[in-house]
Design a protein around this ligand. Structure first.
Ligand code: ADP
Length: 350
């Protein structure tokens, strides 16, 4: 089991699988070929090729790394997901394209609510991708995919020989032995150290700042001006303009969080808060998601000064803030994004 999904590695023929979907290692023409592709079209009958031709007529084949779906014709499987792996060239982009082929097939299966799927070893036949490298990419992509809640209940890898089955089994053993540990546990972030398996078999540590997420809002006054806070930030040792924001407390909803922060930080209660966007703040090293709201119908409210030191606020017009963004005087990411979103989506003026 990986998460709530059963993973099996078996020796067999993909055309005989009774999973809801099977994956075809197709080529970009979608017109059939040798290897798995030929076997699937032979076993499934002409209906599959007919649908492939319809896809071709609509969008001209399937680019490498992408995935398309057709019915399964006479196969036991109801669906065939056609994906195109890269032809091995020895360049780094091969790894990414193979990862895409697996990822996009899995994502398409999820989108269709498919609960069981069988994969062949994509690109390792006529396309000559080294099998051990392909196995690492296939299985790490799947393992990462299943780290989030998914409707897939079973994923099967159907390998054509004992030799390639052994390669996949050894690779899965290595993946299941990878470690993930917390290196530091602070109030705001936890530093997680994830050991990962690279396509060439080397291991590497990824440092990840785990964060509970944050909510922020552009407070929009009835005269069209916005309220920003001005404060010294220790991390950059600078005074910086920001829209009000706060970290999500345990189990807190983003909307609840921002309504609280608006009162605490700038002393306004908002009649209406609307979510404009949720974005990944720095996905290179952190899982922090920031939810940006627009707050309107603002009414001043007494702040409990003992509990919350109010921050210095500045009220600015939109032309003023855009000029400051252009001149580099507003430099905070969520603030720039929030203000640009406001410009794009004019207020409903409540
Ligand atoms: P590619 O062109 O992507 O390399 P191939 O079909 O040539 O695809 O080969 C991919 C892998 O599928 C190879 O390891 C091959 O041995 C295997 N294979 C071929 N036929 C079948 C089948 N019927 N079921 C499962 N695997 C198969």
């Amino acid at each position: 089991m990986t998460g709530k999904t059963k993973l099996s590695l078996i020796r067999g023929d993909i055309t005989q699988q009774d999973t809801e979907a099977i994956v075809n290692a197709a080529n970009t023409s979608l017109l059939g070929g040798g290897g798995v592709d030929g076997a699937i079209h032979r076993a499934g009958g002409p209906e599959i090729l007919k649908e492939c031709k319809e896809i071709r007529a609509r969008q001209g084949g399937c680019p490498t790394g992408e995935a398309m779906i057709t019915g399964g014709g006479k196969l036991k499987a109801r669906w065939v997901i056609h994906t195109v792996g890269p032809i091995w060239s020895g360049k780094n982009r091969d790894d990414n394209l193979l990862r895409n082929a697996y990822y996009n097939s899995l994502a398409l299966a999820e989108e269709k609510g498919i609960q069981s799927i069988a994969f062949p070893s994509i690109s390792t036949g006529a396309y000559r991708f080294p099998a051990d490298r392909a196995a690492r990419i296939a299985l790490t992509t799947l393992n990462d995919f299943l780290k989030k809640p998914r409707c897939l209940k079973e994923v099967r890898f159907v390998l054509f020989s004992d030799e390639i089955l052994k390669i996949y089994q050894n690779c899965w053993k290595e993946i299941s032995e990878l470690e993930s540990k917390i290196g530091y546990k602070g109030k705001i972030v936890k530093l997680r150290l994830d050991e990962i398996l690279l396509p060439d078999g080397q291991k590497s540590i990824h440092e990840i700042a785990e964060h509970s997420g944050a909510a922020c809002a552009v407070p929009f006054l009835s005269d069209g001006k916005v309220v920003l806070v001005k404060q010294f930030r220790q991390a950059i040792k600078e005074v910086i303009y920001e829209i009000p924001a706060g970290r999500l407390e345990d189990g807190e909803e983003p909307q609840e969080c921002i309504e609280r922060e608006l009162v605490e930080e700038i002393g306004y209660r908002a009649e209406k808060v609307e979510l404009l966007m949720s974005y990944c703040a720095s996905p290179g090293y952190s899982n922090e998601i920031i939810h940006i709201f627009r707050a309107t119908g603002l009414k001043e409210e007494e702040q409990d000064v003992k509990e919350h030191e109010p921050l210095e606020t500045v009220i600015l017009s939109l032309p003023e803030v855009f000029k400051m963004i252009k001149e580099g005087k507003i430099r905070d990411g969520k603030t720039i994004l929030g203000l640009l979103l406001i410009k794009q989506l004019p207020a409903t003026n409540s």
